[in-house]
Design a protein around this ligand. Structure first.
Ligand code: NAD
Length: 487
């Protein structure tokens, strides 16, 4: 049983109404337990607490306290790492294997500690030098000071919940902000556990972090509209990102948006297709529920038929099912609703004339759980719905291209621009193509860009701003420019 309570103003509490909602295991469809169900009034109390903590404590200026608090939080999470791992597998339905990488262990190694280590190194003050700015013979010393933004509303999705929470909280707290975090209703316990650890094992002052779960998506709207929230940091779908930006406009809040993607896995004609294409199936990892997963496979038209067979061979050797089984890289979709949404896209693909090479439905050998068969579509045109919209399922599409220019054109013919991969036998050729793709991150010839020090985010409809790296610290700061008389 996970942590039922939320964290408001340093206290672990239930919703004022006493309401609660079920947490469902998507692999078994069983109810794991319940979580307290916050209302807008509860959310408003959390915002008040975060405001008070920012305005009346020294959190924003006390760097030693912030370093110590982040180290305590790191230690507290590590102490419960194995319970957290099992809980993530149960509530997210993510394969256990992935918790040893991006779902838990990889971010836990650095998402808090890297920003904490940057507290001393960050350029909090930048001298501009003396200047007679007005041209009247009056010299002033001028400086740029970086300061916390204030109260940050943090809204996260369910697919990699802990990874996203840690990569938001680390920079938010390191830069001296306070926050209210709203987890997705499908995966509340990793967040409420964090709330308990903060309350019981750290010196983080009351109100600096508030964690407010709710079954009602719109409880999160308070964070976009409240005049007491200075900024919203959101990860989720592009549709919700637009709603948040619209709602935040009334109070002119800066919004930091990590949104969806429809990234390419591009194999230039000199790439080693035999060696690399069977691995394209790994994009079905975690049921394809990853924003940066490359779900459009681009291959040379001259080798299209052969390429389809090579990708299919990877699908034939792919094992999926029970997420607690370490041999599976794909578990269920998060919910019945998501399962039906993915199946709807598969039907749409068939109706628009794409060919199902393998998969295409619900696996009959898995009677319980929200599973979808790993599905490969060939004969796909880039303007088809399945090539344009984010399916967030184990569904890959194969699109042919004529030459490098055509490949770049197809890669960029998307409203998204989050991530992707380019492979070529010639690194320089791969780099040249990579420079032309309008996307926030790219793996070149199998390279991995990920890390707490590596900015991550999207071009175009994939978002605004960057998470992680120096850019991901800057985003949680305000800039104040000051001057005083030079002597
Ligand atoms: P979602 O947009 O439906 O929900 C995300 C969060 O927003 C949830 O906590 C939800 O309760 C909340 N929310 C919904 N409506 C809201 C509103 N009007 N105001 C405030 N909060 C609101 O997304 P999801 O289905 O939970 O997650 C899947 C999506 O997230 C995919 O599109 C995926 O690509 C994206 N994603 C992006 C990244 C990234 O870093 N770019 C990472 C992971 C997931």
């Amino acid at each position: 049983m996970g942590e039922h309570r939320m964290l408001i103003d340093g206290k672990l509490v239930d919703a004022e109404s006493g309401a609660e909602f079920d947490n469902i295991n998507p692999a078994t469809e069983e109810v794991l337990g319940t979580t307290t169900d916050a209302s807008k009034a509860d959310m408003e109390r959390a915002v008040e607490a975060a405001r008070r903590a920012f305005d009346t404590t020294d959190w924003g200026t006390n760097r030693e306290l912030r370093k110590q608090s982040l180290a305590q939080l790191q230690a507290a999470i590590e102490k419960e790492q194995e319970e957290l791992r099992a809980e993530l597998v149960a509530e997210v339905g993510c394969p256990m294997l992935i918790t040893y990488g991006p779902q838990l262990d990889a971010p836990l190694r650095e998402a808090l500690s890297w920003p904490a280590s940057m507290i001393d190194e960050y350029e909090w003050e930048r001298p501009l030098g003396p200047k007679d700015s007005m041209g009247v013979g009056y010299q002033t010393e001028r400086y740029v000071w970086k300061e916390p933004v204030g109260v940050v509303g943090v809204i996260v999705p369910w697919n990699f919940p802990m990874e996203i929470i840690l990569n938001k909280l680390g920079p938010v707290l390191a830069m001296g902000n306070t926050c209210v975090l709203k987890p997705a209703p499908d995966t509340p316990w990793n967040a409420t556990r964090l709330g308990r650890l903060i309350a019981e094992h750290t010196d983080i002052p009351p109100g600096v972090v508030n964690i407010v779960p709710s079954s009602d998506h719109l409880v999160g709207e308070v964070l976009s509209t409240s005049p007491d929230v200075d900024m919203v940091a959101f990860t989720g779908s592009t549709v919700t990102g637009k709603a948040i930006m619209t709602a935040a406009a009334a109070t002119l809040k800066p919004v930091f948006l990590e949104l969806g993607g429809k990234s390419v896995n591009l194999f230039l004609e000199d790439a080693n297709l035999e060696a690399s294409l069977p691995h394209a199936v790994t994009s079905c990892m975690h049921g394809g529920q990853g924003c940066a997963i490359p779900s459009r496979i681009l291959v040379p038209r001259s080798r299209y038929a052969e390429a389809v067979e090579l990708v299919k061979a990877g699908f034939d050797g792919w094992s999926y099912g029970d997420p607690t089984d370490l041999s599976n890289m794909q578990g269920p979709q998060i919910s019945k609703k998501q399962q039906e949404r993915v199946l709807g896209y598969i039907e749409k693909g068939k109706a628009e004339g794409a060919r199902v090479v393998t998969g295409g439905g619900v696996p009959t050998h898995l009677p319980k759980g929200f599973y979808v068969e790993p599905t490969l579509f060939a004969d796909v045109e880039n303007d088809m719905t399945i090539a344009q919209e984010e399916i967030f399922g184990p569904v890959l599409v194969m699109i042919p291209f004529e030459d490098d220019d055509d490949a770049v054109r197809i890669a960029n013919a998307s409203t998204y621009g989050l991530s992707g991969a380019v492979s070529s036998g010639d690194l320089d050729r791969a780099k040249a193509v990579a420079r032309r793709i309008r996307t926030g991150t790219l793996g070149i010839n199998g390279g991995v860009w990920y890390g707490a020090d590596a900015p991550f985010g999207g071009y175009k409809g994939s978002g605004i701003g960057r998470q992680c790296g120096i850019e991901g610290l800057d985003v949680f700061t305000e800039t104040k420019t000051v001057g005083w008389p030079a002597h």
